[in-house]
Design a protein around this ligand. Structure first.
Ligand code: ADP
Length: 502
């Protein structure tokens, strides 16, 4: 299609004079960077006698590029016969450049934000390592013979470092969510047991503020559910801690009810409500409290403490479970935070879980006939000492074999044949995962199976997955607490005993 007319605006934009352009094809404006798809679209529209609006890179007479916002429409005569096409050109290069700058700026900002989140995640991770030793040792020391004053001082160290750990964990979670690195890990567990566990955690602070802690569990609730236990616990602990924090001499209720049971009855919607009769929140602040780092009253920070991250993190976790927190509250009357999650309720695994439970409950002494030798694989000297001290507390007569890295662990395993291995995951020379894989290979020729407990920093979900694939039986997250270690040993070795007896 040839050009039959060009106005002054056209010659100004393109640089061609009217006489130069008349009789030429429109494609004279196209060049190497003109998008072939757009060219094709224009062709099709013209062939079908349809109007078209599009943006395309065109070239002026002197070869410079410009962005052309192009309108083309067919013009028909009375009988509907095509007379010609009319095209209107607009040089939108400036606008396009601004758009491009905006996109680049946005990408840059996103990249910077990602780097920041990653930095915070790494930093928080590093901060946890020295805290391990502080918390682990104060925990051990607290159980030794101390004067009352020493006990009080040590208790303060323990509580402060525990508080610090919570804060770091919050920041770590927040940056993980920000960098979209948080994943859910679904397991089957006993819901009532979880509630009891949470109440044990909250009890002390609740009674300190003279608050009654009440659980209301509706009868139609399933006993076992499948969801991310740790994350659900985190949300509930968060909301309950808030309730305790903002209530004095009051009542705090955790209410669990099942909202609906799907036809298949393999899933169920559970509503969790956390109700307090504390200071309450003004309606105008409802939005703000869910924003990161914000609290209703900035003077609250001193009075109540906290990072302002709790609700943000809880909501992000719930978002992954397709839910969110709602709030009803009245100033000086109290608050009610609630959310519902859809969980699976698998029945076939019940028996197995129950059996395990009863075994865990039976507290056992550990004579060395049951557990005579442990191999501790740990490159950090302080952590090694700590793990040794804990093991000796749990099984006083146990023989402890040490290894500094995964490779050494394999050698020691061959020589000593321990029943239990505490395996650090991040180590030089050979990491805990590789070492476990090798040990499991060697083991195929042996009759017994060694229990391998991974000591993880607990920050990377993929690590846990790899650990499980490698053949690790249990996990302990740093900082290791003696009772957790004991629980695992209890579970593992009571089980072995039980199996041997049958
Ligand atoms: P933090 O508790 O660390 O400050 P949150 O995100 O958990 O952070 O809570 C944000 C704010 O919401 C709190 O500082 C407080 O002002 C308000 N808030 C949360 N829960 C309650 C509650 N149960 N009663 C009164 N105010 C609350």
């Amino acid at each position: 299609r040839k050009i039959t007319y060009a106005n002054a605006a056209f010659t100004e934009i393109t640089g061609y004079t009217e006489s130069e352009i008349l009789g030429k094809k429109c494609s004279i404006l196209q060049g190497t960077e003109s998008d072939p798809n757009v060219v094709q679209l224009i062709k099709e529209a013209l062939d079908q006698l349809k109007p078209i609006v599009t943006e395309i890179i065109n070239y002026k007479k002197d070869g410079t590029k410009f962005w052309n916002l192009l309108y083309i429409s067919p013009v028909f005569d009375h009988s509907g016969k095509l007379i010609q096409f009319v095209g209107v050109q607009n040089d939108i290069t400036k606008k396009k450049e601004q758009e491009l700058e905006l996109i680049q700026a946005k990408e840059k900002a996103e990249e910077a934000n990602r780097i920041k989140s990653e930095f915070i995640a790494n930093m928080s991770h590093e901060l946890r390592t020295p805290l391990n030793a502080v918390i682990g040792y104060s925990d051990l020391l607290l159980k030794s013979n101390l004067s009352d004053v020493q006990k009080l001082q040590l208790q303060t160290i323990y509580e402060s470092s525990d508080f610090l750990l919570h804060l770091i964990n919050d920041i770590l979670d927040f940056s993980k969510i920000d960098a979209r690195k948080l994943k859910l890990d679904e397991t089957i567990f006993d819901l009532v047991e979880l509630v009891d566990e949470i109440f044990v955690m909250i009890k002390a602070s609740a009674s300190e503020k003279k608050n009654d802690l009440i659980k209301e569990i509706r009868e139609n609730l399933p006993k076992y559910i499948k969801t991310d236990r740790l994350r659900l616990k985190q949300v509930l602990v968060n909301l309950l801690n808030n309730a305790v924090k903002f209530t004095d001499s009051g009542k705090i209720i955790l209410k669990l009810e099942s909202e609906s049971i799907a036809e298949s009855s393999t899933s169920c919607k559970i509503k969790f409500s956390i109700i307090d009769n504390g200071i309450g929140i003004d309606t105008k602040d409802f939005q703000r409290i869910f924003t990161a780092f914000t609290q209703v009253d900035s003077s609250n920070v001193r009075k109540f403490g906290g990072s302002g991250l709790g609700l943000t993190i809880s909501n992000s976790i719930l978002e992954m479970m397709n839910s969110k927190i709602d709030v009803e509250s009245e100033l000086n009357k109290g608050s009610r935070f609630y959310f519902s999650i859809l969980v699976q309720t698998p029945s076939q695994i019940l028996n197995e879980t129950k059996l395990l439970e009863t075994l865990v409950e039976t507290e056992q002494e550990f004579p060395k006939e049951i557990l005579d030798k442990v191999l501790i694989v740990e490159d950090n000297k302080v952590n090694l000492k700590l793990a040794k001290a804990m093991m000796t507390k749990i099984v006083p007569e146990i023989k402890i074999v040490e290894a500094e890295n995964g490779l050494e662990a394999i050698e020691k395993y061959k020589q000593e044949k321990p029943k239990l291995i505490l395996m650090d995951i991040q180590m030089p020379i050979m990491d805990g995962i590789q070492s476990t894989i090798e040990i499991r290979k060697l083991e195929r020729e042996e009759k017994y199976k060694v229990t391998i407990v991974a000591i993880t920093a607990g920050t990377k979900d993929e690590t846990q997955e790899n650990c499980m694939k490698a053949g690790i039986n249990e996990f302990l997250t740093k900082p290791i607490i003696k009772d957790d270690l004991k629980k695992i040993i209890n579970k593992k070795f009571t089980q072995i005993e039980a199996n041997n007896q049958t």
